[in-house]
Design a binder for this molecule. Sequence first.
Ligand code: Q46
Ligand code: ZN
Length: 335
Amino acid sequence: MKCKKCGGRAVLELRRHNTAFCADDFLGFFRHHVLETVRRWKMFARDERVLVAVSGGKDSLALWDVLHAEGYRTAGLYIDLGILAYSQESRAKCEAFARERGVPLVVVSVAERMGAAIPEVRQHTRRPACSACGLSKRYIMNRAALEGGYDAVATGHNLDDEAATLLGSTLRWDESALARQTPLLEATHPKLVRRVKPLFRLSERETAAYAFLRGIDYIVEECPFARGATSITHKETLNRLEDASPGTKAAFFLGFLERARGRFPALDGVSLTECVRCGQTTTGSVCAFCKLGEQIRGSLPLVGVTSPPRVEPVDPPADRGLIADVAAQSEIHAS
Ligand code: Q46
Ligand code: ZN
């Protein structure tokens, strides 16, 4: 098979685009998609500072790689969930990535912020691990970005992730989830930072190919709590549909954005206030993260919550001025 662009030997066939690319032209195709998405959706401007939430997986590291290579002002944010070997390995991948490229990485630990790591939260509350984890990640991403003076938080959600979430929300007719699903979540309060998903038009297979061809060393194992998750069943179902009819996922999710999302206006219309404990946004007086922390501290011996939470920048070999800047600006104060 030949590359549709240069006629050289193709390494990847993209059935949904009815095309095939050699390695160089695929990398160009991938970068072009990311940059076009950022530009068309006005996700962030060239002079804005972007905090890229990295998990150590292929998607978030591929995103950071593109943005860094294209000269965007980025830093990585690694949230240490405390999920034993999985967290240790994924953190090491992020640290190595940052070190090799000389880019700053901010590390925030859930155990230090909340008083317990995700497996303990699961054990000591009735919350499923992924629910506490999602809540913690959203909270920490926003707080780290806000306190570090970043203009946007970028996550590595790809087309498969978004289509699976959409399928789940549609099957439940969860109207408020449908109204909220967007690749660009504008800041609607001074204490909120814009959240963006620049990979939403690229498939998981495409981000895996990009990471492989770029030689990015990422964690292949899934989080142990992902096993048996409904979202995986939704992804498998969509993969079968995609095999039978290439382009199905894109038609489903991109069609939703273009034609259906606007039909689900935000139902809640809630007004946001600031949490009396930490100052982050909430709909009540104490935010869900602080409430969970209080619940945990009531049932567990304290784990480092009395000492100031640490933000640990990984010192890459170059650009120490920027690193110092990120470290200083990203310091998270105890609530
Ligand atoms: S939510 Fe759940 Fe993931 Fe958190 S506990 Fe693991 S599987 S990491 S995307
Ligand atoms: Zn709070």
